[in-house]
Design a protein around this ligand. Structure first.
Ligand SMILES: Cc1cc2nc3c(=O)[nH]c(=O)nc-3n(C[C@H](O)[C@H](O)[C@H](O)COP(=O)(O)OP(=O)(O)OC[C@H]3O[C@@H](n4cnc5c(N)ncnc54)[C@H](O)[C@@H]3O)c2cc1C
Length: 458
């Protein structure tokens, strides 16, 4: 199929079957890709022309980054035109006094990590998909990751944004200012907007100083309910930069596919991975008493403390390889959060739900427990049809989300709403809130051309 002539005059367009299949979906894999074309703009002006063309022709656009999103937000299921940012992949410059790195939206996250390191700086937003995901996608999802506890999510590191709204206006938001008390914060409205308000074309990122030393611990726990107490004990005495957890089932899945060793010999139902930042080269003296306190309280049954950077990385791999190790088994994913203080009670209720609703399934739990964030992955039994499996999981979601609502949590902690959680949005956001979001969407995207049907139906 040849693309519309007017579109081809704006920028490179592809309608090849491979590209339609590839660029039409994200990592969620739950939705069939069905875009009409993929466009590859290279400049802000081309992006603006695309939006104006889409308005004129009433065509829907799906912004697309590295397509590592897990909520279907970057999928095109209804003949939309996918706007890929992969050709807008330039690092535009570093301003050392402001410590600001300005990049185009299509720069891959890991390229920012490497560039920052070459500058003797540090970009702390870190997660397992950083090798493919793009900065524009990270902004649009307000990506979290493994160091939110210490450094916050993407929002904390974005000091300016250039966007093209659904109306076709080019806006420069916040302009890299540290202080700006001039009315509503439109920049932050775009962070986490999942491509529904505008297309992010350039981003000002803040950099910081890399930690001097880090030590990683993996601790064995009999119950997830111990995690908040261990977290509190370490957080109050040391400079904690990450607090992650995973279950024994998750560990087994990683060990089956990767050449890694168990953290220690004994098996425990859950493991907590802690990362501590420190100035001194050796912190055993301050670390051991805290570890012992947790053992004496009965929260920890075994543990290991990294003795080298290589060992620390191997311990991190046990956690970071989980998503990838599960993906051959088509997991049904939930990404929920509650306040950390509620995790113990919440996890007790979760456990009884799993026993009741998912008794035939393998349930794999892991996540960023120091942020109150639990990833619940249900694995499809081989013999079960995918449609039957998804229908059962959807039904069970109602019980799960009712518990999330009871604890005033979020049905999506960091993966976003997209298509996957849109029906569940009301468990976490009130009807007036959802109406306000729709009003905001209409203000930025009057014709509803940007990522329609994602987050909510306008
Ligand atoms: C193995 C694995 C581990 C992960 N771990 C984490 C984790 O720890 N924490 C976490 O938060 N997420 C995690 N994710 C999810 C995902 O990596 C993040 O959501 C990431 O920010 C998505 O970036 P992307 O470039 O791939 O975006 P995409 O998937 O391409 O798109 C995501 C959303 O952003 C929009 N978008 C993309 N580019 C633009 C743009 N330029 N302008 C406007 N809108 C745009 C899309 O329309 C869509 O709504 C993980 C994913 C995988 C596969």
């Amino acid at each position: 199929v040849s693309p519309p002539k007017e579109l081809a005059e704006i920028c490179k367009v592809s309608t090849s079957a491979d590209d339609l299949a590839n660029y039409g979906k994200d990592w969620s894999m739950n939705y069939a890709a069905n875009p009409s074309a993929i466009v590859f703009p290279e400049t802000i002006e081309e992006v603006q022309k695309l939006v104006l063309w889409a308005r004129k022709t009433k065509t829907s656009l799906v912004p697309s980054g590295g397509r590592t999103g897990l909520s279907g937000a970057a999928t095109a299921t209804s003949k939309e035109v996918v706007v890929s940012f992969e050709k807008m992949n330039k690092i535009l410059g570093f301003e050392p006094v402001d410590r600001t790195l300005t990049v185009q939206a299509g720069v891959v996250t890991e390229a920012v990590h490497k560039y920052a390191e070459e500058l003797g700086q540090f970009f702390p937003v870190d997660f397992a998909a950083k090798g493919s995901s793009q900065i524009g996608g990270n902004v649009a999802t307000n990506v979290g990751g493994v160091r939110v506890l210490r450094y916050g999510s993407m929002r904390s590191w974005v000091s300016g944004l250039t966007v093209v709204t659904g109306a076709g206006d080019i806006l420069k938001l916040n302009k890299d200012l540290v202080k700006n008390a001039t009315g509503y914060d439109l920049k932050n409205l775009f962070v986490g907007s999942e491509g529904t308000l505008g297309l992010v074309v350039e981003v000002d990122l803040k950099l910081t100083t890399a930690p001097k030393n880090t030590t990683v611990l993996v601790l064995g726990m009999e119950s997830l309910g111990s995690a908040p107490s261990i977290f509190k004990t370490f957080r109050n005495k040391l400079n904690l930069s990450a607090c992650e957890f995973f279950s024994e089932i998750a560990l087994k899945k990683v060990l089956a596919l990767h050449n890694l060793s168990r953290p220690f010999e004994s098996e425990t139902p859950f493991y907590l991975l802690l990362e501590v930042e420190h100035q001194a080269d050796d912190i055993s003296e301050s670390l051991f008493p805290v570890f012992e306190e947790c053992c004496e309280a009965g929260w920890v049954s075994d543990g290991v403390i990294s003795q080298s950077a290589t060992q620390a990385q191997s311990l991190w791999n046990l956690r970071e390889f989980i998503s990838e190790s599960l993906s051959p088994e088509s997991p049904y994913k939930n990404d929920i959060s509650v306040k950390v203080s509620q995790v113990a009670a919440f996890s007790r209720e979760l456990e009884s739900t799993f026993k009741k609703d998912y008794s035939n399934f393998q349930v794999v739990l892991f996540g960023h427990i120091g942020d109150g964030n639990v990833h619940v992955n249900i694995l499809k039994p081989n013999a079960m049809e995918k449609s039957e499996f998804i229908a059962i999981c959807h039904e069970a979601d109602k019980t799960l989300f009712a518990i999330v609502e009871k604890y005033e949590g979020a049905v999506s902690a960091e993966h976003g709403v997209g298509l996957l959680k849109k029906e569940a949005l009301h468990f976490s956001r009130s009807a007036p809130e959802i109406e306000l979001m729709k009003t905001i969407k209409r203000a930025f995207d009057p014709d509803g051309i940007l990522n329609p049907g994602k987050v909510f139906d306008a």
